[in-house]
Design a protein around this ligand. Structure first.
Ligand code: FES
Length: 134
């Protein structure tokens, strides 16, 4: 047991959320992504989302980078896992509550961090669609 893991659990992160954060799951830049966006949330933290998109509009791969907290990192990690294999439309409809449910819980005051992940993904999807001409 690490001290950080204990602190995460004490502050309201589930085991799953703590593992996502500590293992930096899906964190990293992607070379030549089909879709990309960078977004800064109201808290001042920033996230980048990278997507590989198949011809049928399905998400083949996803990764992210962030200047942010454990809430932002666990949410970004989870969201990448949640959207692989989904259509852009379905991925773009995911709400922060679903991310938090998938994570089995993060602290109440971190809901906006899941929102940062959602908004960054939606921006990447929007820019991809604009590039495709709608
Ligand atoms: Fe800014 Fe969590 S405090 S993303």
């Amino acid at each position: 047991m690490s001290l950080i893991r204990d602190l995460l659990k004490e502050s309201g992160y589930s085991d799953k959320a703590a593992e996502y954060y500590l293992n930096r799951v899906n964190v990293g830049e992607m070379s030549e992504p089909d879709a990309y966006a960078i977004y800064t949330g109201p808290c001042g933290d920033t996230m980048e989302f990278f997507l590989k998109v198949e011809e049928e509009g399905k998400i083949k791969d996803a990764s992210f980078q962030a200047i942010g907290c454990a809430g932002a990192f666990s949410s970004g990690s989870a969201l990448c896992d949640m959207i692989r294999g989904k259509t852009l439309e379905d991925a773009g409809r995911i709400e922060e509550e679903e991310i938090i449910e998938y994570l089995d819980g993060i602290p109440m005051q971190k809901v906006h961090c899941a929102c940062l992940a959602k908004r960054t993904l939606r921006k990447a999807i929007g820019q991809y669609k604009d590039k495709q001409g709608g």
